[in-house]
Design a protein around this ligand. Structure first.
Ligand code: ZN
Ligand code: ZN
Length: 541
């Protein structure tokens, strides 16, 4: 075991102990020894016990721990502390820029149990409410978390998108005359990836040019295949001839079974591949369900079909932008209506809206709406909490006043399948519910959803004319696209909703549409592709 690893063990011990609120002096001594060991000139493994004892800050207890680490590779005290803390907390303690005290506050006050949940809390602007956190700290924590999450074995599409776009620009300017494309799961817009894959129509010698770019490091080089890390993200580069490029692109985007049926000519574009297969062309994200001999629906939903922004939070609850600003953003992006849905009263953690403020919001909406002039409308919506017993969070009279009610679970989320399914079905059966929000409550790479009998829930939605949300937040993407076909079979409508807590997050809809296309959602089956009148008719208003 090297000095750095030894230092890391003491650092980790100090962090966990601080999280646990242990003796301050002990913690300080472990922090100090960690710093000393990091800078030590000679390897501890080659030092005698006397020499180790002579290091500043090393007392009897620390000397014993160093010896234990050198002899066994582990430290019992550290292992014991580690076993007392949830895995997600240990993970968060490794994130730079947020110390154990702040992690503890987020854990205790907000129930945050993993780095992804913490990032989600930042995005929902929750951290600023905690003692010791300001907007600036929150910003910094978010930056560090994004970096941390990018660097884990799996990462979210949203956390690499910008970096990948930037890298593509660099590559294209470095190799201007060479054909190249992203391929694999990134090109398919999979929500979670473990690497980036790039196809290049070129010879071996371009690889040296790529390797010379900043932040690139080589992992393995094989014939026609280079495995690299770019800013520590695995990057696989495949080489092809210019003639084979389209076929290779088609095959590596998948499904491979389809590619296997192609004769393998020099295709000029992927449309030609689809032509040969006799299947209507599908954009890369919509190919997962494609099989030979079957046609996709002829009109998959597109971004430009979406007319209304449904599900967004304003300053009335935990959003960071005002109602008017959010509406203006929607209008500017070409939408025709905006359904503001703040949190209901029980959501104290998210500044849930009291009855009085609901009325105030309705008045503001009435003042802002001038449909005759601007052909744009704000609808009175709510993201109403589903209480533990499945009832909704306001009385019937108030609920009847909303134009759109999304019912979602945010509290008491540890449930078995039966309890979770029953609770949701009860909410779906409420005459006020128009839509089920983020059905499983999952956070990608952060929190598993509660176990659900989804088929039963879809049946209940069908029976009660309730739509299901495809929550387009790239951290949720819930309903999972794999359930869309089932929902459509039962004629349940899907609404592609940004769940925006800031106006820019309204653009989550774009990615949500791609995910919906994975599940072959047709325009007909998309609730917010309907105009405002049809949307309101569906909501019974
Ligand atoms: Zn929600
Ligand atoms: Zn929400």
């Amino acid at each position: 075991m090297g000095n750095k690893e030894l230092a890391r063990s003491f650092d980790q011990l100090a962090k966990i102990m601080e999280f646990q609120g242990e003796n301050h002096y002990k913690i300080r001594s472990y922090q100090r020894i960690s710093g000393t060991l990091k800078k030590l000139g000679s390897p501890l493994a080659e030092m005698s016990m006397d020499e180790i004892n002579a290091i500043e800050g090393v007392g009897k207890a620390i000397a014993g721990k160093i010896q234990e680490l050198l002899n066994t590779g582990t430290m019992q005290t550290l292992e014991r502390y580690k076993s007392e803390v949830p895995q997600g907390i240990l993970e968060m303690l490794n994130v730079k820029g947020i110390g154990p005290k702040k992690i503890k506050a987020a854990w205790k006050e907000l129930g945050v149990e993993s780095a992804t949940e913490l990032l989600y809390a930042c995005n929902e602007n929750r951290l600023v409410e905690l003692k010791g956190f300001g907007a600036k700290t929150q910003q910094e924590v978010r930056r560090q978390l994004e970096f941390f999450l990018r660097n884990r074995a799996n990462f979210l599409h949203i956390n690499v998108k910008e970096m990948a776009d930037h890298l593509m620009e660099i590559l294209q300017s470095t190799l201007p005359s060479i054909q190249m494309s992203w391929t694999g799961s990134f090109r398919r817009c999979d929500p979670v990836l473990d690497k980036l894959e790039l196809l290049i129509a070129a010879e071996d010698d371009v690889l040296d040019e790529i390797l010379a770019l900043p932040d690139m490091s080589l992992i393995e080089k094989r014939a026609e295949h280079l495995s690299l890390a770019y800013q520590e993200i695995p990057l696989h580069i495949y080489l092809s001839t210019p003639q084979d490029f389209v076929l290779r692109l088609f095959a590596s985007t998948g499904p491979r079974a389809l590619a296997g049926r192609l004769k393998g000519a020099a295709y000029t574009n992927e449309e030609a591949c689809f032509d040969e297969l006799g299947i209507r062309y599908l954009s890369p994200e919509a190919r997962a369900l494609a099989v030979a001999g079957a046609q996709p629906p002829d009109r998959l939903v597109r971004r430009e079909d979406i007319l209304g922004v449904v599900h967004a939070h304003s300053l009335y609850s935990d959003g960071v932008d005002g109602l008017e600003e959010m509406a203006a953003y929607c209008k500017g992006a070409g939408y025709q209506y905006f359904v503001v849905t703040d949190h209901s009263q029980i959501a104290v953690y998210a500044n849930g809206v009291s009855r009085k403020n609901v009325i105030r919001q309705w008045e503001e909406i009435d003042q802002l709406n001038n449909f005759a002039v601007d052909r744009f409308r704000i609808l009175k919506g709510i993201e109403c909490d589903i209480l533990n017993d499945g009832n909704l969070d306001y009385d019937d009279e108030l609920l009847a006043g909303f134009e759109v009610v999304i019912a979602s679970i945010h509290t008491n989320i540890r449930m078995n399948e039966r309890k979770a399914t029953d609770r949701i079905i009860r909410a779906v059966e409420s005459p006020h519910t128009n839509m089920l929000g983020h059905p499983t409550g999952r956070l990608l790479l952060g929190r598993e959803g509660y176990p659900l009998d989804m088929a039963k829930i879809i049946d209940a939605c069908a029976a009660n004319r309730v739509a299901i949300e495809l929550n387009a937040s790239p951290y949720r993407l819930d309903l999972d696209w794999r359930w869309i076909a089932k929902a459509r079979e039962k004629e349940v409508l899907i609404s592609i909703n940004p769940d925006a807590h800031a106006k820019e997050a309204i653009n989550y809809v774009d990615f949500g549409v791609k995910i919906a296309r994975k599940g072959w959602l047709d325009k007909e089956g998309c609730l917010n592709a309907r105009d405002v009148d049809a949307f309101l008719t569906f909501c019974g208003k």
